[in-house]
Design a protein around this ligand. Structure first.
Ligand SMILES: [Zn+2]
Length: 247
């Protein structure tokens, strides 16, 4: 039986920890291989308040933070595409699609995950990486290992974070819930590894910097956007990203 492989495709360092912390920790701890492709070094983001580094140092610092978060979550392979932060939508889509297809070829994932089309925060980079990843999966040849594509989202019923409008999906649109409360402390450590992003991390997860993890989500939510499994039907909510592939 081939090894279980997941590929996450995101835009910025910290997207993985914000959207999928407990999910990644759960699967890597269960022996799955997890690869992460990140389109930028997050160089347009905050350097912290007070700043933890100069603007010039920020790309390298954020890359290091991402490597640390990836290690904490057990991610085995990390690839940074090094596009300009906030300009992922300016990249020719065919070029971005080709890079993601290359990653699919390299890591041989059965399951690919990316942002929902709305990008949760609505960031144009999030939306662009969703579009390109969707195309990369849909245009896959018969030799493609991919059986499922998921969109990361947040249920509409979850409380909106202070002062921010987030794009969410209604309960009935959410196909998949990965629950792993035992990995909340690991997910919290991954979030805190993004030290330059402490303001947004503390805004979204109040108390986290002081060891209060009650706002760190014990469940991550996904929408099965595409699959190629004949006769596969979801009954209730899926609890496993590999359902229908290995079971
Ligand atoms: Zn982002």
């Amino acid at each position: 039986m081939p090894k279980k492989q997941l590929l996450f495709v995101f835009a910025h360092p910290d997207d993985e920890a914000f959207t999928s912390g407990v999910t990644i920790a759960k699967y890597t701890n269960a022996g799955a291989q997890v690869a992460l492709v990140c389109a930028t070094r997050g160089q347009a983001g905050s350097a912290g308040n007070p700043p933890l580094c100069t603007r010039a140092e920020l790309p390298a610092v954020r890359e290091q933070e991402l490597r640390e978060a990836a290690n904490i979550l057990g991610i085995q392979s990390l690839e940074i595409l090094d596009y300009a932060d906030q300009h992922v939508s300016d990249v020719a889509q065919d070029e971005l699609v080709a890079k993601i297809q290359q990653a699919i070829h390299t890591y041989q994932p059965q399951v690919v995950l990316t942002f929902a089309p709305h990008g949760i925060s609505g960031h144009p980079d999030h939306r662009a990486i969703c579009q390109a990843t969707t195309q990369a999966v849909r245009r896959g040849s018969k030799a493609s290992p991919v059986h499922k594509l998921y969109y990361c989202t947040i249920p509409s019923r979850s409380p909106l974070t202070a002062g921010r409008t987030l794009y969410t999906d209604p309960e009935e649109a959410i196909t998949t819930e990965i629950s792993a409360p035992e990995y909340v402390p690991v997910a919290a450590r991954a979030l805190l590894a993004h030290r330059t992003q402490h303001q947004s991390v503390e805004r979204v997860f109040p108390g986290i910097a002081h060891g209060d993890y009650r706002h760190v989500r014990p469940v991550n939510h996904y929408i099965l956007a595409w699959h190629n499994l004949p006769a596969y039907e979801i009954k209730g909510k899926e609890q496993d990203l590999f359902a229908g592939i290995f079971a």
